[in-house]
Ligand binder design. Sequence first.
Ligand SMILES: [Zn+2]
Length: 194
Amino acid sequence: MSQLNEILEFNRAFVADRQYEPYRTSKWPDKKLVVLSCMDTRLTELLPRALNLKNGDAKILKTAGALIAHPFGSIMRSLLVAVYELGAVEVLVIGHHGCGMAGLDAQRMLQTMSDHGISPATFATLKGAGVDLEEWLRPVSSIPDSVRLTISNIRQHPLVPKSLAVHGLMMDPETGKLEIVSEMPSQPSFRMSE
Ligand SMILES: [Zn+2]
């Protein structure tokens, strides 16, 4: 079942043949850009190609639904690291049509967990600890609305600088076509006197 051996075999040849050379770059995002998008498999190569992003151009963060669900969770921390440690000045939040997060069914997923051996006692313990699993696994009613909510959460975050440009977009997962959901006007540029 595991793909690991096949992957390791490919990897040995990849390194030995120096196939990594076209991808060499630094940790600094050359386009000073962060892209927050969905883990959907259709976007894996399509999204960077459709945005003309090469290795080294942008910090790319992926979560189911392109959501930032917690102001002090690991996605928000990654975004702040990209801004303060790695020089990013612009963020694109890119949701997509046909997103699985819009069809999430908490009851079905909890049943599947049971089928995989998660015990009723575990669910009871989590409930007793105040974890509302149905709320946590709640589907997103509208992906464009959740993109708007995520960009609003970023802009209003107490540790995000006002200078950070944050835009919201939707992508067609078949063609890569982008539509603007929310565009932040660019900062007025400083005019040199003539
Ligand atoms: Zn998705």
